[in-house]
Design a protein around this ligand. Structure first.
Ligand SMILES: Nc1ncnc2c1ncn2[C@@H]1O[C@H](COP(=O)(O)OP(=O)(O)OP(=O)(O)O)[C@@H](O)[C@H]1O
Ligand SMILES: [Mg+2]
Length: 248
């Protein structure tokens, strides 16, 4: 049985207009995600995964349909209220990390707090420190991105997404730029955060990566084609130990 849904989408459609052409990126999507779930969104290139993530993340608005985020109908919020709800409830992680160069890990993680008009979090420095500790980077706070490995940069990006204490973490291809071992490390961070109660949605092309989540939603041509629980879920920590053993 599903707990109270944190995400509830009803007949969402998104049509982009490019010159004379209408691109139907989402053609009526219904979806419910309960608190504490961990989903992988899969599907071919162009099937609408990023479009769906951007709508869920309140980065973009649907052409039609309804979206309830934590029970709030976000469809008819003002621009400011929309931005506030995004800042408070949602954390984003992108494929390319999107960190500022020549800026320390700590400063990168603090940044979203300065954009939060409500200033809910009083002490950006300690909130950022805590977020970096959660992803295991307490000893790298003063490093700038090019002094960090790819996996560490992605963990800084995850810490930045966590600093607002969101209830939902969204990640579009978070392991797309990482080698397989580093990808498993990042999945290990996600599994740990999920175990602490954060709802997580990731987009991935990789079947292997989806097996670290709990539920796989597959899209095709702007529709949800299948929605299934993960069988034989992988535990990232165990897999990392196995890799270690293989390398002596
Ligand atoms: N800003 C935009 N303007 C016009 N068309 C767009 C825009 N963004 C996406 N599209 C189109 O909408 C469809 C869905 O795109 P989307 O980016 O959601 O796919 P995706 O599943 O994330 O693909 P990929 O795996 O390549 O990232 C595609 O046909 C795409 O060309
Ligand atoms: Mg995409």
């Amino acid at each position: 049985m599903m707990m109270k849904p944190v995400i509830e989408i009803k007949d969402i459609r998104k049509t982009y207009h490019v010159g004379e052409i209408d691109v139907h990126a989402l053609r009526g999507v219904d979806m419910k995600v309960g608190a504490g779930e961990f989903l992988a969104i899969m599907g071919a290139s162009g099937s609408g995964k990023s479009t769906l993530m951007n709508l869920i993340g309140c980065l973009d608005e649907p052409t039609s349909g309804q979206y309830f985020l934590d029970g709030i109908d976000v469809s008819d919020l003002s621009k400011n209220a929309y931005a506030d709800i995004r800042n408070q409830k949602i954390g984003f992680v992108f494929q390319g990390f999107n960190l500022l160069p020549r800026t320390t890990a700590l400063e990168n993680v603090e940044l979203p707090l300065f954009y939060d008009r409500t200033h809910r979090i009083r002490d950006p420095g300690s909130a950022a420190t805590e977020a970096l500790e959660r992803v295991g980077l307490a000893d790298r706070m003063d490093h700038v991105p090019n002094q960090l490995s790819g996996g560490q940069q992605q963990r800084v990006a995850i810490a930045r997404a966590l600093v607002n204490r969101p209830s939902i973490l969204l990640a579009d291809e978070p392991t797309g730029n990482l080698d397989s071992r580093t990808s498993v490390e990042v999945m290990s961070v996600f599994q740990e955060l999920n175990a602490q109660g954060i709802t997580i949605l990731i987009v991935t092309h990789e079947q292997d990566i989806s097996r670290y989540t709990r539920r796989i939603v597959t899209m095709r041509d702007g529709h949800i084609m299948s929605d299934e629980a993960v069988k034989k879920r992988l535990d990232a920590k165990t897999v990392l130990d196995t890799i270690k053993d293989e390398n002596g």
